[in-house]
Design a protein around this ligand. Structure first.
Ligand SMILES: Nc1ncnc2c1ncn2[C@@H]1O[C@H](COP(=O)(O)OP(=O)(O)OP(=O)(O)O)[C@@H](O)[C@H]1O
Length: 315
């Protein structure tokens, strides 16, 4: 197998994908990415990084300039109809259908893919999304949250195998956000592969199996979420001192220690990857110097801290 072949469990395979817009702006630079069957993959990146461009190309809305994309083995250009039929896309905003009823809109979306009508399937989706009572309501009369739910129902109407969610919870309230997370998990359990873009690190931390970070058109890292947090994360040990210190004593200068402004807390930062954390040595030395502590606790860096430091290092 050559490095260019998709991994055996890849449902989406992106190879050498670049995009230069007519303006001359290069939004994607040689992106290689495999999305595994059945996973939840979160694509993170700052504004303008290229997330929407990447999704739009995979979904056949925007043409790539170079490279290839296959969906379940079907090339998105040569075999566009089949590839597109396997995909559901939940865009950021609802742009049409204001005068249609929820039911008519969702039925129409299914028909677009040449699928036979299936009222039972559509009813199940609408019930799951708490839209069943609203099935006869015109879209324009719905709240923002309900419109979001309609977008998801439309994307699921033709029973896609891969679901893209572009910023699914931007601007939605906490309740809808949790409903969406639950629904995404249910879909994944039913075998649908999920790819979401998000600005909310919390969302990726909560939901994703794997995480890709894109910055200025380049895929900076793709990693299992837990591996990413273990590899790049740091741990901190905070010691609440018995008596405050004015400064970190010179004998301790070689330790990565920080003293809080009130002199009460000493914080030691260490790599989670190292074999030896150094904690035992540090505590022994503190004991030898008569620096006692009344309490200690440890914490791990969040995905957000890891993300910020990744982008900073890449700058
Ligand atoms: N049609 C276009 N013509 C020219 N440049 C474009 C076009 N569409 C997007 N861009 C540029 O390409 C870059 C990537 O845009 P894209 O929408 O993919 O980013 P994004 O990561 O989705 O950002 P956001 O998080 O803000 O949605 C941006 O600098 C944007 O201005």
């Amino acid at each position: 197998m050559s490095p260019n072949d998709p991994a055996p469990d890849a449902i989406v395979a992106v190879r050498g994908l670049s995009k230069t817009y007519k303006s001359g702006f290069q939004a994607l630079k040689r992106v290689d990415l495999d999305i595994h069957r059945g996973e939840i993959f979160a694509l993170l990146g700052p504004n303008g990084a290229g997330k929407t461009t990447l999704i739009s190309i995979i979904c056949g809305i925007v043409n790539g300039s170079e490279g290839t994309v296959t969906v379940d083995g079907h090339d998105i250009v040569r075999d566009a109809r089949v590839a597109r039929g396997l995909i559901g896309l939940v865009p950021q905003e609802l742009s049409t259908d204001a005068f249609e009823s929820v039911w008519a809109t969702v039925r129409f979306s299914r028909g677009l893919f040449g699928k036979a009508p299936n009222p039972v399937h559509l009813e199940r989706i609408l019930r799951e999304l708490s839209l069943w009572e609203k099935r006869d309501a015109k879209i324009m009369t719905l709240s923002g949250g309900m419109k979001r739910r309609v977008l998801i129902a439309k994307a699921l109407a033709h029973e896609p195998r891969v679901l893209f969610l572009d910023e699914p919870t931007a601007g939605v309230d906490v309740e809808l956000r949790h409903d969406m997370w639950q629904m995404v998990r249910r879909l994944r359990d039913a075998g649908v592969t999920i790819i979401l873009t998000t600005h909310y690190i919390e969302e990726a931390e909560e939901m994703a199996d794997r995480i890709g970070v894109i910055d200025r058109g380049e895929l900076v890292i793709v990693e299992d979420k837990h591996t990413l947090m273990r590899k790049l994360g740091k741990k901190q040990l905070s010691l609440q001192l018995q008596s405050p210190l004015a400064t970190v004593p010179a004998e301790l200068a070689h330790w990565p220690l920080e003293l809080s402004a009130d002199g009460q807390t000493l914080t030691y930062t260490f790599d989670t990857q190292g074999d030896d954390t150094g904690i035992a040595d540090l505590l022994r030395q503190l004991g030898g110097m008569g620096i006692d502590f009344k309490d200690l606790h440890s914490s791990e860096s969040s995905l957000e801290e890891i993300f910020v430091s990744l982008l900073r290092n890449g700058a």
